[in-house]
Design a protein around this ligand. Structure first.
Ligand code: CAA
Length: 257
């Protein structure tokens, strides 16, 4: 399918969605979010895809919600439409997601990165929640996911002042997984995603599900979920194969079942 504001492509078992509104620094218009979601639905349904990379341009991953589009919105309108609920699609993808971030990841752009499982950042990346400077607050999980991933001190600093942080600080506080030189960004993100896509699909999906429980449940409940998922993997052919391959000192041949 041809999109106007994103580019969807694949490399081997990895789906790639590139946000592509260069004139607006990939601001997240309704159209862009709808096209992003359509591309994500396609990759989720495609058995040949094992992981998804979401990226932007050298200058911007995404500069946030489209402020021009938001300007005329009213309280009743955004309430009735449940504005930004559609953005959550990325956070509900069962398959692992890697954000490859260069340049600005601001507001909703930072929130999209936070919805991904692994964030690889170029040294040029800058993260921020500047909504407060517009008289707003983050609306796509920024106050919640950021607090869970970097804690109260840095979240309050970013959300209350709108201060941008660079890639080094983002890595130090745990907002991003890895920082690489700008020219190595896509290679690294694709390496990470390709590695994950080559592992046992049921194990990968359950690993993601289990880690995500840590953010939604008390510890005892999360531990129980982990134990049940761990037990269930003993029913998969892939776990037999993985353990046999280790014992036989050969690489495993996973068949995703
Ligand atoms: N919405 C709409 N258009 C945007 C945009 C946005 N979020 N961010 C940038 N643009 C547009 C600019 O209007 C400009 O367009 P024109 O050339 O037509 O004027 C173009 O992109 C280039 O931007 P700048 O000229 O401003 O580029 P810069 O390099 O000088 O500055 C920037 C870059 C610091 C990112 C600046 O553009 C900026 O501050 N953008 C807004 C960031 C922001 O406040 N994001 C939060 C949005 S609210 C939100 O996301 C809510 C939520 O949580 C759900």
């Amino acid at each position: 399918m041809d999109y106007e504001t994103v580019i969807a492509e694949r490399q081997g078992a990895v789906g790639i969605v590139r946000l592509n509104r260069p004139k607006a620094l990939n601001a997240l218009s309704r159209q862009l979010v709808a096209e992003l979601n359509h591309a994500l639905d396609g990759f989720e349904a495609d058995a040949a895809i094992g992981a998804v990379v979401v990226t932007g341009s050298d200058k911007a991953f995404a500069a946030g919600a489209d402020i021009r589009e938001m300007q005329p919105l009213t309280y009743v309108g955004v309430y009735q439409d449940d504005f930004v609920a559609a953005w959550e699609r990325l956070s509900r993808l069962a398959k692992p997601t890697v954000a490859a971030v260069a340049g600005f990841a601001l507001g909703g752009g930072c929130e999209l990165a936070l919805m991904c499982d692994i964030v690889v950042a170029a040294e040029t990346a800058r993260f921020g929640q500047p909504e407060i400077t517009l008289g707003l607050i983050p609306g796509a999980g920024g106050t919640q996911r950021l607090a869970r991933s970097v804690g109260k001190a840095k979240t309050m600093d970013m959300v209350l002042t709108g201060r941008l942080i660079d890639a080094a600080e983002a890595e130090r506080i745990g907002l991003v997984s890895r920082v690489v030189p700008a020219e190595a960004l896509m290679v690294t993100a694709l390496e990470v995603a390709t590695r994950i896509a080559g592992l046992s699909r049921p194990a990968v999906l359950m690993a993601k599900e289990a880690v995500n429980r840590a953010f939604e449940t008390p510890l005892a409940e999360g531990i129980r979920t982990e134990r049940r998922l761990f037990h269930s993997l003993f029913a998969t052919e892939d776990a037999r194969e993985g353990m046999a391959a280790f014992a036989e000192k050969r690489p495993p041949a996973f068949r995703n079942r």
